[in-house]
Write a protein that binds this ligand. Structure first.
Ligand SMILES: [Zn+2]
Length: 376
């Protein structure tokens, strides 16, 4: 799995911040720069369309935030000075210099934030909640390429620690999952006692918050218990919480939660997927769900009914079916893909599945169509 959090249309960019900084009076910006030089901007967090941090002032701490809604900028701060104050200036300058230091809100912070986003800024409540974010983001919350360039074994030692404390795992930045050593350590983690200890509900919540994690195997430690949590999983699907998710984080979240429900035979899985149809434009999510429910023929019938017209999309669908279907069912898709794309490896693969006569026929067909492409 290779998932970097993508740019969201509502993402705050350097350009947007620059434009806003340009509107702040120079005198205010000078004060803001002093805050930056003295490293007074801490607990820096970003989410689609929003920035928030704590600003250690000279006498007190403040919480400046910045919000982007459509083409409108909104900033606010817990100080009582007229906006934009030097704290908002410092927040934006800090983002401008080191956007990578702004992390996705930690799980603990999100859990404490029970009500709507606005409540956060009501003086003391907000301040207390913000304390649940670390002053300086630790390596696992930061993107892998900019986290302190420690040696890999060192990072793995730390990962061991994280795995044994799943509440830390939930805040792992998805870019760490590009590291084969780390993804293998996670996938290979099998300690039934430790896995069962926090309970199934905890794992469901954790996966819903950090759906990039490869946790499929965790749930097999709770045989038969998922069904009882169906109402909770459904509630999670329709109530994404108060922290806004990027589009691909949200997509992953829906897919993960639905994948839990797929294992329950009584769940009308295609109907549930239909509620999130925009996330499944090729109908592959629904097809896979049917396959996982053991409804093989229905799955094939379903995808044939929703076969795409675009050649590239057809290739994607065939590849998915080749991966998912049992040997006996995938042959037509393998043949079609081989002939449509001119793939020699697929032609060779087919030799195993066909009688010599059938294979010869196929090779003739293949050559008639593709031979010229391989002559030079
Ligand atoms: Zn302020």
């Amino acid at each position: 799995m290779s998932q970097i959090v993508s740019q969201n249309p509502m993402d705050i960019t350097i350009e947007i911040v620059d434009e806003y900084i340009g509107r702040i009076p120079e005198k205010t910006l000078r004060l803001a720069r002093d805050y930056i030089y003295e490293d007074r901007c801490i607990r820096k967090m970003r989410m689609p369309g929003r920035l928030i941090a704590e600003l250690r002032g000279y006498h007190d701490s403040y919480i400046p935030h910045f919000e982007l809604s459509k083409d409108l900028w909104q900033g606010g701060c817990t100080c009582t000075r007229p906006a934009p104050c030097a704290h908002i200036g410092a927040l934006l300058l800090s983002f401008r210099e080191h956007p990578e230091q702004f992390v996705f809100p930690p799980y603990a912070f999100a859990m404490a934030l029970q009500n709507s986003w606005n409540v956060l800024f009501e003086a003391t409540t907000g301040k207390n909640i913000l304390r649940l974010a670390p002053e300086i983001a630790p390596w696992w919350m930061l993107p892998r390429n900019i986290a302190h360039t420690k040696s890999e074994p060192m990072a793995l030692d730390n990962l061991e620690r994280i795995i044994h404390q799943p509440q830390m795992l939930v805040d792992l930045h998805p870019s760490w999952l590009d590291d084969p050593a780390i993804i293998n350590a996670l996938r290979g983690w099998k300690n039934p006692q430790l896995i069962r200890k926090p309970g199934l509900l905890f794992w469901v919540k954790l996966w819903a918050y950090n759906p990039f994690l490869p946790l499929d195997h965790i749930f097999s430690n709770f045989p038969g218990e998922v069904e009882a949590l169906t109402p909770v999983i459904l509630a999670e699907l329709w109530n994404p919480g108060v922290i806004p998710f990027s589009r691909d984080r949200q997509w992953q979240r829906v897919q993960r939660l639905l994948s839990l429900l797929e294992l329950i035979p009584s769940v009308p899985i295609v109907f549930l997927w239909d509620q999130f149809a925009a996330m499944d434009p090729l109908f592959l999510g629904r097809t896979h769900a049917l396959i996982r429910q053991g409804q093989m023929d229905q799955a094939i019938h379903y995808i044939e009914q929703h076969w795409p017209e675009d050649e590239k999309e057809q290739h994607m669908v065939r590849q998915a079916l080749i991966n998912w279907l049992p040997e006996s069912k995938k042959l037509p898709y393998l043949i079609a893909d081989c002939l449509e794309t001119g793939s020699l490896p697929e032609l060779q693969e087919l030799k195993k599945h066909l009688t010599p006569e059938a294979y010869e026929d196929l090779t003739n067909l293949f050559n008639r169509r593709w031979a010229s492409a391989y002559e030079s």
